[in-house]
Design a protein around this ligand. Sequence first.
Ligand SMILES: [Zn+2]
Length: 293
Amino acid sequence: MPIFYDTHAHLDYPDYAGDFAEVIARAQAAGISKMISIGTSLDSSERAIRLAEKFPAIYAAVGWHPSDAMKAPSDLRPALRGMCKHPKVVAIGEIGLDYHKLPSGMHGGPSPGFATLSPSDGERDGVRGISSMPTSTEDARYKQKQADIFQQQLEVAAETGLNCVIHQRDAFDDTLAQLKPFAGKVRGVFHCFGENADRMRRVLEIGSLVSFTGIVTFKNGQNVRDTVAATPLDKFMLETDCPYLAPVPYRGKRCEPAYVKEISETVAQVKNCSLEELSAATCKTAREFFRKL
Ligand SMILES: [Zn+2]
């Protein structure tokens, strides 16, 4: 059976509290031999490390998600430096920029006050930090805080020799521009890649990579399949981003690492290669990128 890795999973989320051991057992039965639990805050990163200590197949990435930037402490570096020493911490992440829900977009919408937003399709979008400032000032403050914590985390990556799991939404140019000065020291994987082939090439140009989720199986995922087709076989990895983005035929349900199998089948079709070739290429890329894997 071809082996695959789930390089981006949120295994610390409460979604798995009821049947965690079964989720991991199903993954291993499906050939998903390694999983990386991605941190979204310091607490979430600690939880990912605890899971990695308990389960041999689980590894951890530690970092603070841009959507929760306003809740981040002023300096993330000391805590992250400590966590990076752990033998199963394989990357800094997920980090980056997310302009999808800015404070200005929150006003006058159906749910007034952005602290009350419910999770939407894809990632959590909780933008917090209410004030009576003009929205343009709030937007600027929110973007600045995202950039500040992104920068701090890139610095820790450079210091510790770890690569980064990058989250960006509606912020491609700014994210690439902030990562670029670190090229040669730090590589990023632009996770849940949904951009076109031209943008994929700009990511590869600075030595970074992309990874693809269950979106490749969606009926309306042709643009992502086109990007997969254009991406060299040794320049991408596979991931679920679970509990989000379950592939067909599980779309809309809770996603879990076992479903990398369905993702790999679609990607192999699009790349016109065998599952064995895809397994060898994506696992090698992942082991070179996440060196402690
Ligand atoms: Zn994620």
